[in-house]
Design a protein around this ligand. Structure first.
Ligand SMILES: Cc1cc2nc3c(=O)[nH]c(=O)nc-3n(C[C@H](O)[C@H](O)[C@H](O)COP(=O)(O)OP(=O)(O)OC[C@H]3O[C@@H](n4cnc5c(N)ncnc54)[C@H](O)[C@@H]3O)c2cc1C
Length: 350
């Protein structure tokens, strides 16, 4: 029998996740410093009990019964300037900092490089896990290094960004590398209050600018939050569509030959490698006969009314109902399009 973590906050995990489902765990340790985080993680790893690292809970769906699980809650905060020149600034941000709080602060300081990722919920330390991105920006473009506590060696060391093998919504942390991120360093740009060149037609079209142009940082942030809100992708008490994990499935990436099998009217995006093509999972879902707002009769889980790719908790849904709807969508898309949609959130305890 390994060490057992103490129950610090016996709260239902539904209160710590944006999907608002999940039962009460056996224990929960809130870690407000990096040292506490590493100690709690090592204790959990040495234990033979079930455990999970939780931060903002915006990409996690917990099961209804979590009574055998020990939760380590990432809550270390702080932003410090490591180096600065006339053109760039390198910032070390503790894992538990709010991602959007950091983006807002950066925009106010005039630092460019993360402005198009405004409004994404969750913590800074979780952003490397799935190489968080939106509107043409990804964290891998600005991460320089990360402090990482390895779950096998129990050693903390500073890893360069390449260590995490980032790709679209993916990193080695999603493919089996186990450990905890203590802090992340970002290199941002000082461009006189302007953004980096915008790589999102949605943003530039919305403000009537040319693709690739640089816009005032605050205009990019405001535009992104407006666009995201229209899709229920900004957490808001007043918008039940945001009671979700954002996109529930990743957009499938296929070869350009395979992409030809799909109709011309389907949304598709060429990937940076020039070879592969990202297909719109939302389009596949809607065109498999599952409309926005759909729910299985009697269930409190529903497809978002604003975005076919988001599954929402319409109020009092169980985790089982969320997962049942996800499976239904996967089966329908597979039957209609032969595509296997992969869930983006972490499903824990199922
Ligand atoms: C409305 C909405 C919109 C969203 N929009 C986007 C979007 O546009 N783009 C996008 O990429 N994502 C989006 N997401 C998903 C989510 O916000 C991101 O994945 C976010 O980075 C998750 O952060 P979190 O702190 O909430 O992670 P959690 O859900 O707490 O954890 C997610 C994973 O990261 C691990 N983890 C967390 N912290 C650490 C750490 N310090 N060290 C090691 N592992 C850790 C957890 O164990 C878990 O595996 C959206 C979610 C919602 C609800």
């Amino acid at each position: 029998m390994g060490a057992v973590l103490s129950l610090v906050e016996p709260v239902a995990l539904s209160t710590l996740t944006t999907m608002q489902v999940g039962g009460t765990p056996k224990s929960l340790v809130r870690c407000e410093s990096t040292d506490q985080l590493y100690e709690a993680a090592k204790t959990a790893w040495l234990s033979d009990e079930k455990h999970h690292i939780l931060a903002g809970g915006s990409n996690t769906v917990f099961a209804d019964d979590m009574s055998e699980w020990n939760i380590v809650l990432v809550a270390n905060t702080g932003i410090e300037i490591v180096t600065e020149t006339d053109e760039t600034v390198t910032l070390r941000v503790q894992a538990g900092e709010s991602w959007d709080g950091f983006v807002q602060w950066g925009v106010e300081q005039g630092y460019a490089g993360v402005e198009a990722m405004s409004g994404i919920p969750g913590s800074v330390g979780a952003t490397p896990v799935q190489n968080v991105g939106a509107y043409g920006q990804e964290v891998s473009q600005v991460i320089t290094q990360v402090e990482f506590l390895d779950a096998t060696s129990h050693e903390a060391s500073i890893k360069p960004a390449e260590f995490f093998e980032f790709s679209y919504r993916d990193s080695s942390l999603k493919r089996g590398l186990r450990g905890v991120i203590g802090w992340v360093e970002f290199k941002l740009y000082k461009l006189g209050g302007l953004s980096v060149p915008m790589a999102s037609g949605q943003i530039t079209n919305h403000v009537g600018a040319e693709y690739g142009s640089q816009l005032p940082l605050s205009q990019v942030r405001d535009t992104v939050i407006e666009l995201r809100s229209s899709k229920g992708m900004v957490i808001s008490e007043s918008d039940p569509n945001s009671r979700s994990c954002g996109s529930f499935f990743t957009n499938p990436v296929v070869s350009s030959i395979k992409a030809l099998e799909f109709p011309d009217e389907m949304l598709k995006w060429k990937m940076d490698d020039g070879e592969s093509v990202k297909l719109s999972a939302g389009w596949l879902i809607e065109n498999a006969g599952i409309p926005k707002g759909y729910s299985i009769p009697g269930s409190k889980a529903a497809v978002s009314k604003k975005h076919a790719l988001a599954i929402t908790n319409t109020g009092g849904a169980s985790a089982a109902e969320i997962v049942e709807l996800a499976r239904f969508i996967q089966e329908r898309v597979s039957a209609r399009w032969g595509m296997n949609l992969l869930p983006e959130p972490n499903l824990i305890g199922f």
